[in-house]
Design a protein around this ligand. Structure first.
Ligand code: UDP
Length: 234
């Protein structure tokens, strides 16, 4: 069983059935899944995206300056992180939000020792604001934070159940990998995460499990080592 994990949740998944913002049912489903593994004693760090609210690149396409757009995107991840914290608290889980950008009292400014101390105290730690820098993504933020907190694995929760030879939503012949190496991902040009994020994991030997987080009960299965999703390793 994994002892310390970095869970990456996409902002987009938080929309649930809606096409913008935060769906409370989805949020609560996530909180309950996280509670299940936290109750087992697993130390959980979480990075959540902001795509349900704002993405720098789409903002830039509409005429926003990219630098500013990315700052808006990072703030969006903080909004999602606060929502998740509140939902976790509602189901009885202690959680705290650390921010990559100084904005106390919204959340405490991130530092690695602070994050590890909170994890060791059994708190769920939500690492918000991505990396704090523009031109990065929350996937890269989660690679970075996963490495910093010395997570055993990065769990990338998505709406598909793993990595396929092609996009399963477009190609009916696509087949799923149970396991794949980082090198194979490069060779096949698969889009699992952006290359910056993938390379950070490869170079620091942080394995990734890509799995379907939108099916309740899946997170605990991954923790217990059930073979769902796709394992990416060196
Ligand atoms: N972002 C950023 N730096 C980071 C992480 C995120 O500038 O280190 C911005 C970027 O504009 C991005 C937005 O925050 O589009 C939301 O993050 P992301 O697109 O990764 O969210 P997701 O796709 O997971 O919902």
């Amino acid at each position: 069983m994994y002892k310390r994990v970095l869970l990456k949740l996409s902002g987009e998944s938080l929309m649930g059935e809606q096409n913008y913002g935060i769906d409370n049912n989805r949020l609560e489903e996530y909180a309950l899944q996280i509670k299940e593994i936290s109750d087992l004693g697993v130390q959980v760090g979480i990075v959540i995206g902001g795509g349900n609210i704002f993405r720098g690149l789409s903002g830039a396409a509409k005429g926003f300056d990219r630098y500013q757009g990315d700052q808006m995107g990072m703030l969006a991840t903080v909004i999602n992180s606060l929502a998740l914290k509140s939902s976790l608290n509602n189901v009885g889980v202690k959680a705290r939000v650390l921010t990559a950008i100084k904005m106390e009292p919204v959340g405490e400014f991130y530092s690695q020792p602070k994050a590890i101390e909170a994890l060791e105290n059994g708190e769920v730690v939500i690492l918000s604001g991505g990396t704090g820098n523009p031109y990065f993504t929350t996937d890269t933020g989660s690679s970075l934070r996963g490495i910093e907190i010395k997570a055993d694995v990065m769990l990338k929760g998505t709406r598909v159940d793993g990595i396929y030879t092609a996009d399963p939503e477009k190609d009916p012949n696509a087949t799923k990998f149970d396991e794949i190496t980082f090198d194979e991902i490069y060779d096949r040009g698969l889009k699992v995460m952006d290359l910056t994020a993938t390379t950070m994991c490869k170079e620091n030997n942080l394995s990734i499990v890509v799995f379907d987080m939108d099916t309740p009960g899946n997170l605990i299965k991954v923790i217990k080592g059930e073979k769902i999703g796709t394992l990416v390793k060196n």
